[in-house]
Design a protein around this ligand. Structure first.
Ligand code: ATP
Length: 358
């Protein structure tokens, strides 16, 4: 029997609620599709920080390294600054395991209403690829003259030839694997004349190896307009760490809610485990109430299954989620009144109704 080892890190806020929902569904899928899962659960996160003064133990990466994939909830706490929570848990995993491609599929699920007029299922179907290892979030910079009137702070965006080329190759590969075979490269080379011009040059070089993929370039400001006004003109999109961070929140909102949007922090070369997580954060305003939308977590689980090679189970899960949404079993954020548990049970029941998986 095929067997996978999953490291689950539910962490903060609604993270544990949506990861538990996802694990319940994964358990049903495994037994139906003929594979088995061992789930190692880690209690790292903000509560761990309150007890131990760190978000995860010093040997955290070593503990995760043998996992086939990491299933991550959310990180962030009302009382602990983001630079401690984020830089203490999520980013060290992304960087330590060189998960340089952040894949963010976005589409409108049946039954979900987009805030865009006349845009429905099939009209907005994108894969955003975010450079996840350098750029504006490389962590390079510093502060001098602290507390004095002449205090200065720098935040330097880093673009390396290796870093840009590998994310462009990943983006062209992803575009090639989708029916439309079209890639949009997001840039800001009109105003940022060094890093962004370099980004554009490498995109053009890599494009030569993909004659079957069409591509265009869009300035990040114009991109926001295009996403809203011409969503059908886009398919696969590649952008820097910062640009894609912002654009993918917009994408999630246009597709109906942050509560449905998944992401994968992937090492395309498979040297290390990749990490799959909903895009949303801890959502303190609804944590503990049992009303968090588990769909992002299910979609995330589906991406993880695809990455593990369990394509039939991945498809069966998304089919089940779509049928449940289409039937109107949805949480409040997308216009329904169901609880997390009710949506989860509906997806489990939909999976039980499938004749065979795989
Ligand atoms: P971060 O900075 O960590 O990404 P954030 O502050 O941008 O987090 P979230 O925690 O994702 O924001 O929450 C933004 C809004 O979206 C909140 O009102 C929250 O309740 C809502 N939201 C996020 N995820 C979900 C979900 N799964 N179900 C329902 N509502 C959600």
């Amino acid at each position: 029997m095929r067997h996978y080892r999953i490291a689950a890190i539910p962490a903060d806020g609604i993270g544990p609620e949506v990861i538990d929902a996802g694990l319940e569904v994964l358990d049903v899928l495994a037994s139906r599709a003929g594979f088995s899962l061992t789930v190692d659960r880690y209690d790292w996160g903000s509560d761990y920080y309150r007890k131990h003064g760190v978000m995860m133990p010093a040997d955290g990466l070593a503990q995760l390294k043998s996992a086939d994939a990491i299933y991550f909830g959310a990180v962030g706490d009302k009382d602990i600054p983001d630079h401690i929570t984020l830089w203490g848990l999520r980013l060290p995993i992304c960087q330590g395991f060189d998960q340089y491609a952040n894949l963010r599929p976005t589409r409108i699920l049946p039954g979900v209403t987009s805030p865009l007029r006349d845009v429905g299922v099939g009209d907005l179907d994108w894969l955003i690829i975010r450079e996840n290892s350098e750029g504006e979030y490389a962590g390079v910079g510093g502060r001098a003259h602290r507390g004095l009137p002449e205090e200065v702070a720098t935040e330097v965006a880093i673009f390396t030839r290796v870093g840009v080329e590998r994310i462009m190759r990943c983006a062209f590969d992803c575009a090639r694997a989708r029916p439309r075979k079209h890639l949009t490269v997001v840039t800001k080379s009109n105003a940022q004349r060094f890093g962004m011009v370099f980004w554009d040059e490498i995109a053009a070089l890599v494009a030569q190896d993909y004659p079957d993929v069409t591509w265009d370039k869009e300035l990040v400001d114009a991109m926001t307009l295009r996403m809203v006004c011409k969503p059908r003109s886009l398919d696969t999109i590649v952008a820097t760490n910062l640009h894609a961070d912002i654009l993918s929140d917009l994408a999630a909102a246009l597709a109906g809610s942050l509560g449905v949007a998944p992401t994968g922090n992937v090492d395309p070369q498979r040297r290390y485990p990749s990490m799959f997580e909903p895009i949303h954060g801890s959502a303190f305003d609804i944590a503990g109430q049992g009303i968090a939308n588990p769909v992002a977590s299910f979609w995330t689980a589906s991406m993880m299954l695809e990455h593990l090679g369990e394509r039939a189970a991945a498809t069966a899960l998304m089919d089940a989620v779509e049928r449940v949404c289409a039937a109107g079993v949805m949480t409040r954020d997308i216009g329904g009144s169901a609880t997390t548990a009710e949506v989860t049970q509906a997806v489990v029941a939909a999976l039980a109704g499938v004749n065979a998986i795989g």
